[in-house]
Design a protein around this ligand. Structure first.
Ligand code: FE
Length: 296
């Protein structure tokens, strides 16, 4: 059978009714998106002749794995696709330049301590070296951005994030800070060295990656939001350019321009990295996306 099957009038009527296209109330945009999404799934079912057993196995996978959608979405490339799509729209609108965006991931926590000066991000002991990062936050003209706040978060040496640590051994906001940046735009912080991590073994993301013949590993990295009045809020991260997974990140976050190679001295590492922000055209551009984020 071919995908034309989905075009038959019974199924097209079913789609209209299921998406509430003919119904009075509801949200027009959501109706249109729901209709297209369900139709796309129907087409995939026909194209691959998906059996009843396979269909329900997929539904069960998402039911049981719902808590890991934050890892499955980057794992299958959809979170990176959103970056590529926003980049392409920016290019069309003439908004290119600056530090590349890359995926946020699911592990940011709102409310980290706001600190200034040379900051220490780590509250907990960790049997590893120290990461030192320095740099400047600049505008498109190369001048320092005023009143910037740099949000930083990263894993510990076990690859675990505070708030999401399965061992529950980390203090809230360990390796998480908001850095208040002075008028020279310069930042500096140090912290216990992050390590790369893998998705939780045996979880839905791991099961999917293995079934695809892939792995669920990320290189060591540090996440950032950079916000400042009248500038576009930047979501990005640096990945350690010398990490074995730098060229093979399961989450596709390792973009060109975001892979500094640390200067390693003993068990310490030094990274110099500048951020260049784009000017915001309006308040919305200067704001964070409304993605749900954990708060503590
Ligand atoms: Fe991360």
């Amino acid at each position: 059978m071919t995908e034309d099957f989905v075009q038959n009038s019974d199924i097209q009527t079913l789609l209209d009714r299921a998406a509430g296209v003919d119904a009075e109330g509801g949200d027009k945009r959501l109706k249109a998106i729901t209709r297209d999404l369900v139709e796309a799934i129907m087409r995939v079912i026909v194209r691959h002749d998906i059996s009843e057993s396979e269909f329900w196995a997929a539904i069960k996978f998402f039911q049981d794995g719902a808590g890991q959608l934050g890892l499955i979405v980057p794992g299958v490339g959809l979170e990176h696709f959103m970056d590529l799509y926003m980049d392409a729209k920016d290019a069309e609108a003439g908004k290119s330049g600056g530090t590349p965006r890359t995926i946020e991931g699911p592990l940011y926590v709102e409310g980290a301590p706001l600190v200034d000066g040379d900051a220490n991000l780590s509250d907990d002991p960790d049997d590893t070296g120290t990461l030192y990062m320095t740099g400047q936050i600049k505008g498109p003209d190369g001048k320092p951005v005023q009143d910037a706040i740099l949000h930083v978060w990263h894993a510990n040496s076990q690859g675990f994030y505070s708030h999401f640590d399965p061992t529950r051994e980390q203090t809230p906001f360990n390796n998480r800070r908001r850095l208040k940046i002075g008028s020279d735009g310069r930042y500096s912080f140090h912290s216990k060295m992050p390590n790369g991590y893998s998705v939780p073994p045996g979880g839905a993301a791991d099961v999917l990656m293995k079934a695809l013949g892939r792995h669920g590993n990320r290189p060591a990295h540090v996440h950032f939001f950079v916000e400042a009045p009248n500038y576009r809020t930047l979501t990005t991260q640096i990945n350690f350019g010398d990490d074995p997974f730098a060229a093979d990140d399961f989450a596709f976050a390792t973009r060109e321009g975001l892979l500094p190679v640390p200067n390693r001295q003993g068990d310490s590492a030094y990274i110099a990295f500048d951020f260049t922000l784009q000017k915001a055209d309006d308040v919305e551009e200067a704001s964070f996306s409304t993605r749900f984020r954990a708060a503590a």
